[in-house]
Design a protein around this ligand. Structure first.
Ligand code: GLU
Length: 510
């Protein structure tokens, strides 16, 4: 690639970042890193009506959790600062004026009421109203009004917008790195608003093009919903005389509902019981939405799952670290077709990652869970407990249930197991086993197992019978790892204590 790769993720802070948005950020990031380029975070907050406090912070935190690193942008600075569009408002007006002066755009003074009336009239006639080449000459615009009249209206404070003067009957030829060559006739397009005097702010289209140009963006990688805007964006580059440095475009396929029909929407998660946001979200009015982080997903697994929704490596490989994704990613392998989101697959990915974590990696995940349950322990024991049980984990939220018995003695005994085990000779056998355990000095798993097995053999009793009774005493339920993992972990004193407790507290069953 001859040009320096500079890509941007340009979310609007209108609410929490949807996982489709995270995927857009991820593909931009992978592309930037793959080509030794820069990843820019630009906040597109020019739509003051839809601005939601807290959304920008949420976006930044989400990217951080995902491991998507930003080189320049809001919260990171850089040579093109500021990167928040509301702080760049002075820049846009001059560009809007430049387009008007060059005849590519015009002032329009129509009031919302006038436009509503035109819309209603068109509907009554069975048509849809479009602000386009057919009608613009008859409306309240600088195309019809004299220069003096326009100046006077602006000077007296009438509200105006600048609209793009979409050429009539011209074929715009566009290239998309994913979709290939696309053509469209401009007569099917309307005159989009570029700038509004009411809030002295540009619209998305103007701000986006001006900033991509000024920030020297080389590739625009964004969601498919922006494809219909591409002809206008091409024409804006031409109108500004920036065609030579125009970025290349890549429109990513939609994320589809698990059923495969329709776009995955913000509401689908609640309806179908899975998160559609990376992090838990609380809106300014107190509404909440689930997040992958809080639901027990590891960021690496979440990213791995997302990476394959729309891109494929061309091999059977499914597990990819971020480094491996960077090395393997290319836009050529992004599909045109929508990618169906599969909540079970997300769980599968998470389980794969949980199963490979080491005790050291588990320790920082376990410590907050243990603390929340009132347990103070070393990182070593915290990590080890989870490591022993990891094969049974799907989500990090499974950790406590699967490991709690390592840290807390049973306070009650599972009825089914108690009924089966706590009868006949078993309490007496357990009492005898207590003496055997007490005599062991090397309480390592291997040694304890050898001694206990030898004792069981000498006594001629069943291994399962003894082990299940011991499990009832130490764990309180028919779950957990091998018994000698438990004895080693909790240690001799705790083993004896738990045995004494069941002998003292649980009456043998009949
Ligand atoms: N602000 C737009 C969005 O929220 C950016 C679209 C683009 O990347 O051009 O998706």
């Amino acid at each position: 690639m001859s040009r320096e790769v500079r890509v941007r993720f340009a979310p609007s802070p209108t609410g929490p970042l949807h996982i489709g948005g995270v995927r857009t950020a991820l593909y931009n990031y992978l592309f930037a890193r793959r080509h030794g380029g820069k990843m820019i975070l630009r906040i597109e907050d020019t739509d003051s009506q839809r601005f939601v406090p807290g959304a920008e912070e949420y976006i930044i935190e989400s990217l951080k959790w995902c491991g998507i690193e930003i080189d320049e942008g809001v919260g990171f600075g850089g040579p093109h600062a500021p990167y928040r569009q509301s702080e760049r408002r002075d820049i846009y007006l001059q560009y809007a004026k430049q387009l008007v002066d060059a005849g590519w755009a015009y002032y329009a003074f129509d009031t919302p009421e006038q436009l509503d009336k035109l819309r209603a009239e068109a509907e009554a006639a069975g048509k849809t109203f479009a602000y386009n080449y057919e009608v613009r000459e008859q409306l309240e615009t600088s195309l019809r009004l004299s220069k003096e009249e326009v100046e006077e209206r602006i000077a007296r404070g009438d509200q105006w917008v600048v609209r793009f003067k979409m050429p009539e009957n011209e074929v715009v030829k566009m290239d998309d790195l994913i979709r290939g060559h696309v053509e469209i006739n401009t007569s099917t397009l309307d005159d989009k608003v570029l700038y509004k005097s009411a809030d002295a702010l540009p619209t998305y289209h103007l701000a986006n093009i001006v900033d991509d140009h000024l920030m020297e963006i080389s590739h625009v990688i964004r969601g498919e919903e922006w494809l219909p805007s591409l002809p206008l964006h091409y024409l804006l580059y031409r109108a500004f005389g920036w065609t030579d440095s125009q970025p290349e475009f890549a429109h990513l396929p939609l994320l589809l509902k698990p059923t495969g029909s329709g776009k995955l929407s913000k509401r689908d998660g609640d309806k179908m019981g899975f998160p559609v946001f990376p992090l838990f979200w609380t809106s300014p009015t107190g509404e909440t939405a689930r997040g992958y982080r809080e639901d027990g997903y590891l960021p690496e697994a979440f990213i791995n799952m997302l990476s394959l929704l729309g891109w494929n490596p061309g091999t059977e490989q499914e597990i990819f670290s971020m480094e491996e994704l960077i090395a393997a990613f290319s836009l050529d392998r992004v599909s045109k077709a929508g990618a169906r989101f599969q909540p079970d697959k997300a769980k599968w990915f998470n389980a794969q990652y949980m199963h490979t974590l080491t005790a050291e990696q588990f320790a920082p995940l376990m410590q907050p869970v243990l603390k929340a349950n009132g347990i103070e322990t070393s990182d070593e024991l915290a990590g080890k407990a989870a490591e022993i049980m990891k094969e049974r984990m799907t989500l990090t939220t499974d950790m406590w249930d699967l490991t709690s018995f390592f840290f807390v003695a049973p306070t009650e005994y599972e009825e089914k197991l108690a009924k089966k085990q706590w009868k006949g000779d078993n309490p007496a056998l357990l009492s005898e086993l207590r003496g055997v355990l007490e005599s062991i000095n090397d309480f390592s798993k291997e040694n304890t197992e050898n001694v206990v097995r030898a004792w069981i053999e000498a006594k001629g009793v069943g291994l399962g019978q003894v082990m299940n009774t011991l499990r009832l005493a130490l764990v309180g339920a028919g779950k957990g790892p091998g018994m000698f993992d438990v004895t080693e972990f909790i240690g001799k004193a705790e083993c004896l204590k738990r045995i004494d407790a069941i002998l003292a507290n649980l009456k043998p069953m009949e």
